[in-house]
Write a protein that binds this ligand. Structure first.
Ligand SMILES: Cc1ncc(C[n+]2csc(CCOP(=O)(O)OP(=O)(O)O)c2C)c(N)n1
Ligand SMILES: [Mg+2]
Length: 673
């Protein structure tokens, strides 16, 4: 039989039921072996750092049963079992990332750029265009900042609501099937102390979107116990006010033990059904979890956990509890389990070895090539360098490059062919390293805004002079009419059309679903945008004044700016952030923190137009491209008079090209904003 992960077992024969349970146990056991072996690999020096999902396995196989094609995960570094169980990662890929393999065929999450257990799904084709998301299971690219997954989770969930409720989007067949997709979030108990957690929970409750957040509660955040983290030491208890009831909409909240396999399966089935069908957000607080190996490879938990706690963790280890349950309910015998376990150990070892060999083969080859080039000089000290490269069983790329640099320093005056050969190898490999380590800051795809044709603004002879804000208004109106994927939201954007009237009248014309008000919550306004853009929509997320960007800066910098880079072109999120500033009349509402922006947003186009016509041209370019950008409009420009172009929604202003208003011979004046 093929079914391995369904919930409803009532119709199944005992054999089929047993098959499902044992398959779950096998996945959990393999995952545990991966954690144990992974830690060893770090401690013996083959990897720099490791963080693992031991103690969280059983809940994750239960959650994986509810996860379908089209669904999204936005989680954190504990989710390896979920990734294995859903098929979004293999154990070999997991080890490839541990070793920092730069080949995306072998390490598809980040091409060796991220720490281990930082997952993502490659949702783009080679040319940077979208794959069909309805046929895939997807994880949005993890980041290390705890809580950082929460902001985008709101947008990933909201996209389902938009796809279900806005019939104009039905042509986007590759992104949704009637909005049936659930956005699964995961977060550690400690990280629920972050502001963005509360902000995201509130936003999801207001929006009523299919978001399913699982809290993996192991009572600790590294060494800090629950009592310093959470009021009443119980996150679902303190969030009880979010429970939906006769007074209004809200969350459906569940609490279940992390070692209770049948309880977890039942809970996830129930929770995700409500979430998927009715778009009700759900929270699953999984408590009594453990951490058998401690937080990460960087420390030992014996330092801060009491003996009593350690004893409890050993007894309530979810793997052991699941094993006991299997035996007590006579699903399988001791011998059957032992067989699964020894086969799992063998299999994980095989995966680890395959990953190491694939990673290391390339380095051995490089070391050999350079050794041959060095031996060509027939110098004693070069022969020694070559011998070290050839005999070092764990040779690294750094070893190879250090050897070359040493040799080249020694050869300062040498003109030989051998030196030329060495240098040309060096240059060739520096280029390869650029691709390995520095590529894909932007999508560089065929849809890049840099490839958008330049179209000049056209004016009639009697072009009206109107307020700058009206130029923007005409630009947005035309773009909204042209492209149903575009939507805008932010504080005061909906009903009054933003504080400076750029969207005035556009909610009435294009609908509340496309021009919308939000709460005062900058981090999740940006997160909303990131998630929506990942799912094929074209959001314009508004930050009311550029001064308030700081309340969202960590989401912009940690998540949006580096998305293309940290996935090596595996994901993109063409979000446009709209904001305004530069009036310089006081501390807030008129600032111009350009150094903050320049220093924190590599990977985002920064557009600072001098008037609203330039702003409109930039929006026209950006809305036709696929890369993220921020546009900072000039507060003093909204009521200055400008001529309305005939093609207000069509003309484009190219990115990265300075506008020359008047060329001079002695002096050229440049400005921005
Ligand atoms: C914003 C941020 N602050 C601090 C850290 C350092 N840090 C990494 S993991 C961690 C503890 C997280 O604990 P919890 O959320 O309970 O997850 P667990 O590791 O226990 O599963 C901390 C403080 C971080 N990565 N990001
Ligand atoms: Mg924890």
């Amino acid at each position: 039989m093929n079914v391995t992960n369904q919930f409803d077992v009532s119709e199944l024969s005992f054999e089929d039921f047993k098959h499902i349970v044992l398959n779950d146990y096998r996945i959990c056991y393999e995952s545990r072996q991966t954690s144990l072996l992974g830690r060893k690999e770090v401690l013996t020096g083959k990897a720099k750092f490791g963080i693992f999902g031991d103690g969280k396995e059983v809940a994750q196989v239960a959650m994986a049963k509810a996860f379908k094609k089209g669904d999204w995960r936005s989680g954190y570094y504990r989710d390896q079992t979920f990734m294995f169980a859903t098929g979004m990662a293999t154990i070999t890929e997991f080890f490839s990332q541990l070793y920092a393999n730069t080949n995306v065929e072998e390490e598809p999450f980040s091409g060796g750029r991220q720490m281990n257990a930082h997952f993502s799904t490659r949702i783009l084709n080679e040319d940077g265009t979208w794959k069909n998301q309805t046929e895939m299971k997807m994880t949005s690219a993890d980041i290390s900042t705890t809580g950082g997954q929460m902001a985008r989770l709101v947008g990933l969930a909201q996209a389902s609501k938009l796809y279900r409720e806005n019939s104009e989007l039905s042509f986007l067949k590759d992104f949704s099937v009637n909005g049936n997709e659930v956005a699964f979030g995961t977060i550690g108990n400690g990280s629920t102390s972050e502001g963005v957690f509360f902000e995201a929970i509130n936003a999801a409750g207001v929006l009523q979107v299919p978001l399913a957040i699982s809290i993996w509660d192991d009572s600790y955040a590294i060494s800090v116990p629950q009592k310093y983290q959470t009021t009443k030491q119980d996150i679902s208890e303190v969030l009880r006010g979010f429970q939906r009831d006769e007074k209004g909409e809200g969350f459906e909240i569940f609490k279940v033990r992390g070692w209770d396999y049948p309880g977890l399966c039942e809970t996830y089935e129930k929770a995700i059904n409500i979430c998927r069908e009715k778009h009700i957000p759900v929270m699953i607080h999984v408590w009594e979890m453990t951490q058998p190996q401690g937080h990460s490879s960087s420390g030992s938990h014996e330092r801060y956990k009491s003996q009593e706690r350690l004893n409890w963790e050993a007894e309530y280890d979810c793997l052991l509890q699941m094993r006991n349950w299997v035996l007590e309910s006579a699903v399988a015998t001791e011998d059957e389990l032992v067989e699964i376990e020894s086969e799992a150990k063998r299999y994980v070892k095989e995966c680890q070895k395959a990953a190491w060999d694939a990673f290391h083969r390339v380095l051995i080859q490089e070391a050999k090539e350079v050794a041959v080039l060095l031996e060509a000089f027939q110098l004693d000290q070069f022969n020694k360098l070559a011998a070290t490269l050839k005999t070092n069983a764990e040779v690294t790329r750094t070893d190879v490059f250090v050897a070359i640099r040493k040799a080249v320093r020694y050869l300062a005056k040498d003109q030989s062919e051998a030196k030329q050969n060495l240098l040309s190898w060096y240059k060739r490999n520096l280029d390869l390293n650029k691709e390995r380590y520095n590529s894909k800051l932007f999508t560089n795809s065929i849809e890049s805004p840099l490839a958008v044709p330049v179209v000049a603004a056209e004016y009639s002879d009697d072009a009206k002079l109107i307020d700058g804000r009206e130029i923007l208004n005409a630009c947005f109106d035309e773009n909204f009419t042209r492209d149903a994927r575009i939507l805008a939201f932010g504080e005061d954007v909906g009903s009054i059309g933003d504080v400076n009237q750029g969207f005035a009248g556009l909610q009435a014309k294009h609908g509340k679903i496309r021009v919308a008000d939000t709460g005062i919550r900058e981090s999740t306004i940006i997160g909303q945008g990131i998630g929506l853009a990942l799912r094929g929509l074209r959001p314009i997320a508004e930050i009311q004044y550029v001064d308030y960007l700081l309340y969202a800066l960590y989401v912009v910098s940690d998540d949006l700016a580096c998305l293309s880079y940290r996935t090596k072109g595996g994901q993109k999120s063409p979000l446009i952030i709209r904001t305004r500033g530069h009036r310089l009349e006081g501390i807030w509402h008129s600032g111009s923190p350009m150094s903050v922006i320049l220093g924190s947003m590599r990977g985002i186009h920064i557009c600072v137009p001098r008037n609203m016509t330039q702003a409109a041209g930039l929006y026209n370019t950006l809305l036709r491209g696929d890369e993220p950008a921020i546009v900072i409009e000039n507060l003093n420009g909204y009521r200055l008079k400008e001529r309305l172009p005939l093609n207000a929604g069509e003309f484009t202003v190219p990115l990265g090209v300075a506008e020359v208003i008047k060329a001079g011979t002695d002096i050229t004046v440049v400005s921005y904003g």
